[in-house]
Design a binder for this molecule. Structure first.
Ligand code: DCP
Ligand code: MG
Length: 590
């Protein structure tokens, strides 16, 4: 009997979708002739993604544009700086997927991932099974219309399995494994049906994982991509658990939620020495491979031990337990309820240099204009607000001053300040630029001064303006006391459920006044773009150390400037070189 901490909720069936080469697919959907050509999507100086035809010819994600051009001169390269088309596609694909589930548990993660909790559909269909003729089953997609559904063979898994070679009949004849196996078989057929329907109706293909948790369903999908689906089969609980077999081989840094800082601490603990980075990189991929199994089998591993290991500024209580569970394949977090409005909207940009008040005002105004435009699109319908965010947040990422030798230590730490969202932001009477200007003057400048009390002397590498704490329309009380109560509940929810699991993005420099962010690090898109205005939850903590993940699997991407020695991800190189070229001109942004 596993300890209380390690009891898994295996009574759920969860399907994870990851759209294949998402940005490229959005362009292909607009222009189907691109499907047969090598297609790459460019942001700044990198290829953020490319279709599989381009991958076949040697292009890869997060490749430098110059390199991509020389590897595959015939590739069609499209500009993906404007995220509107991706956001719109993401929204409609999400609506499509959620239309299948009964219990309204459909959670979006970033632009191109969705979890569906289909447990109630599976249970309903388990009851319908005729155990004497499992191979001729019918899956009901509707509780009211018995004809809506599809025929399937309940003795076989649809798509791939993990492990590859598995005797399903034997699992079905084992009393211990039969029930879970059947649930997963039904889940695999439902996943196949949804996946193929989506391809037929929308043209988008996806890579799908089926399991009993968000963790497993997300990771198992990667085993067969693209256009594939994989189901993790029992045994789950014995020493020869397939959960362990599968998870143990993962690099510790590949586990969602275990961000770079946590992964480094775990590597150091396993190796018994400090874990070096790849030469030439201050952040990003490390060549020190430590896998989940090595962590899981540490003799003294416990939630308390990990809590102590991670202790330090910005680490939230409960983090040890969360990681202890994850390395043991336990993730009992729920798939969030489907939403009509995003949980937050957040707009940011990054800068090579941002160090004067004038520039800050200009940038904050531009970000706020985009934020208000975005709110008007995503939060309204027929001129009515469907959702109202309670909190407005300003975040910056200051650069540290130069070291004595002229080099600069890079930091990913963000600092933020929040306040209530001012009601004028919801006005339709003025243009978004006018509202943004008012917002900067009345609200953002005072917040900025709290973050950076000095008039100058700072230099920012990132500014983010966000609205969070979204209240959906049906929740909005007309009575103000109800509204406050709701806000309080909302905050409590974050406090108790989300924050304990988050590797906070809080700077540990005592010189800065720091607010606890209301939500965890919210950057999914990491290339200085508008960032995803979608649900933010514990899973996105994996991206806390933004930019780092850009380098995963592409360690060559690190670049050290020969002029100032600054280290940076490869994608920043071109912009940085331009920075030196322009360093005598007045504008040194980007
Ligand atoms: N993206 C980005 N910057 C990153 C990572 C991703 O702009 N650092 C964008 C481009 C991708 C989309 O997000 O199209 C989804 O990211 P994925 O990692 O899932 O990549 P793809 O969906 O493109 O490819 P795959 O088929 O490997 O899932
Ligand atoms: Mg994808």
């Amino acid at each position: 009997m596993p300890s209380k901490h390690l009891q898994r909720k295996d009574d759920r069936v969860i399907i994870h979708f990851d759209y294949d080469c998402f940005y490229a697919s959005v362009f292909e959907a607009e222009n189907p002739t691109l499907k047969t050509q090598p297609l790459a999507v460019q942001q700044k100086q990198i290829i953020v993604t490319c279709n599989y035809e381009a991958r076949r010819r040697g292009l890869y994600k997060l490749q430098r544009i110059t390199e991509a051009r020389s590897t595959c001169p015939e590739a069609v390269i499209v500009l993906g700086e404007d995220l509107t088309r991706f956001r719109d596609a993401s929204k409609s694909l999400y609506q499509y997927l959620r239309s299948f589930v009964w219990a309204q548990k459909a959670e979006k993660c970033g632009f191109d991932e969705v979890w569906l909790d289909v447990t109630s559909m599976i249970e309903y269909n388990l009851d319908l099974l005729n155990h004497n003729s499992l191979s001729q089953s019918f899956f009901c997609l509707s509780q009211t219309d018995p004809l809506q559904g599809f025929a399937y063979d309940a003795t076989k898994v649809a798509g791939h399995t993990y492990p590859k070679a598995v005797d399903v009949r034997q699992l079905l004849s084992s009393e211990q494994h039969r029930q879970l196996t059947l649930r997963l078989i039904l889940g695999s057929h439902l996943a196949m049906h949804i996946r193929l329907s989506m391809e037929e109706k929308t043209g988008y293909t996806s890579t799908v994982g089926i399991g009993t948790s968000k963790l497993i369903s997300k990771l198992i999908g990667n085993v067969n991509k693209p256009k594939g689906q994989t189901t993790l089969l029992p045994p789950y609980d014995t020493e020869s658990s397939n959960i362990y077999a599968f998870l143990d081989a993962h690099d510790i840094g590949k586990i969602p939620y275990i961000g770079f800082k946590l992964a480094q601490k775990l590597r150091e603990r396993v190796l018994g020495r400090s874990a070096d980075f790849a030469a030439g990189l201050v952040y990003g991929g490390t060549r020190e491979h430590v896998d989940v199994g090595q962590v899981r089998l540490l003799p003294d591993l416990s939630a308390e031990m990990l809590e102590k290991l991670f202790a330090g500024p910005g680490m939230t209580h409960g983090i040890g337990l969360r990681v202890y569970q994850l390395v043991n394949g336990v993730d009992n977090t729920e798939v969030a309820d489907a939403r009509n409005v995003p949980r937050q909207i957040s707009i940011e940009d990054s800068y090579i240099r941002l160090d004067t008040m004038d520039q800050v005002i200009r940038e904050m105004t531009s970000l706020s204009t985009r934020l208000i435009d975005r709110m008007r699109v995503d939060l309204t319908e027929d001129g009515e607000w469907l959702g109202r965010p309670c909190t407005l947040r300003l975040t910056t990422r200051p650069r540290l001053p130069l070291n004595a030798d002229g080099s600069r230590t890079r930091t990913f730490n963000r600092i933020s300040r929040s306040t209530s969202t001012p009601s004028f932001m919801f006005s339709f009477a003025a243009s978004s630029v006018a509202l943004a200007t008012q917002l900067v003057q009345e609200i953002l400048m005072p917040l900025f001064k709290k973050l950076h009390p000095e008039r100058d002397g700072w230099n920012l590498s990132l500014v983010n303006v966000a609205v969070t704490g979204m209240e959906e329309k049906q929740e909005l009380g007309t009575d103000i006391s109800t509204l406050f109560k709701k806000q309080e509940d909302h905050r409590k929810m974050w406090d108790s459920e989300v924050l304990p699991f988050v590797e906070d993005d809080i700077i540990d420099n005592a010189d800065f006044e720091v607010d606890k962010p209301q939500v965890p690090g919210d950057d999914y898109i990491q290339s200085s773009q508008d960032i995803d205005p979608d649900p933010v939850d514990i899973w996105e903590a994996e991206d806390d150390d933004d930019d780092e993940d850009m380098l995963e699997g592409n360690e060559q991407a690190g670049y050290q400037c020969p002029v100032c020695n600054e280290l940076m991800p490869g994608f920043a190189q071109a912009a940085h070189e331009r920075f030196h070229e322009n360093s005598t001109s007045s504008s040194q942004l980007h």
